[in-house]
Design a protein around this ligand. Sequence first.
Ligand SMILES: Cc1ncc(COP(=O)(O)O)c(C=O)c1O
Length: 304
Amino acid sequence: MEKAKYIWMDGELVNWDEAKVHVLTHTLHYGNGVFEGTRAYQTDDGLAIFKLQEHTKRLYNSAKITAIKPNIDYDILKNAHIELLQANDFKANVYLRPLIYLGYGQMGVHHVKAPVHTMIAAWEWGAYLGDDGLENGIRVMTSSIMRNPVKSTFGKAKAVANYLNSQMAKYEAIASGFQEALLLDDSGFAAEGSGECLFIVRDGKLISPPNDNSLESITQDTVLLLASEMGIEIERRNITRDEIYISDEAFFTGTAAEVTPINSLDHRVIGDGKRGEMTKKLQSAYFDVVYGRNDKYKDYLTYI
Ligand SMILES: Cc1ncc(COP(=O)(O)O)c(C=O)c1O
């Protein structure tokens, strides 16, 4: 990871190397914290954050779900993203990582007396699944790890604890020679990737599972909007892993992963094993929006 100059912590810009926490930080031990993954793109009119409002809103919703009372007001935190990018001198695209966490001063599982802190870090980050992945697609395996079931965890929260599952699935996939994992839900339907939502294309229709067992994804929402504008027929319904094997195209979406084609699942080549036509169209429409090349969606961007 490329270091930047500053990290924003509870209202202060702190030097990157000095942005530290105590070893008895509550979140480190008991896993209650909430975060976002947000991107800023180098557009023709300078660096711009994509859907800052939506990401900030989801962060506060996540905190509400996990019973954390944020220590920073919504508007202050939203503006802090801008302040941080202004203070750092980024030359490439940026990934922003706000985190609301429980700090030092209280041990034991009961968390409400633990002090709440908020930080935002930002660094230059390219394609999460690689430039080659964006163009040629990635190899995916169905994970032996089930997506956190809604019976026992809060899937609408982007909660730190939810990512143990994602981490184990990703670990297994990479160790097995794949690039990403697809997690099934507790009924056996495709849920989501370790950090992405799933789409398939069959007979010209674009299909994505409902968000019952996936994060309410900001990228998925954008792609669905672009697809509907193109007149593409959309279905939100359950997908089985074998339906993915026989789909014409498949791709993942996420803030980090953007729109990444899937060229095979469990060694079954999808379509002709290349980025499909519809995937390519939606990927390029998505990049037009995030890079500010589509005037209709300029208000999704917060220019720095
Ligand atoms: C588990 C999971 N699913 C889906 C997504 C995609 O969400 P978004 O498009 O809002 O980044 C992410 C990334 O945030 C994720 O971590």
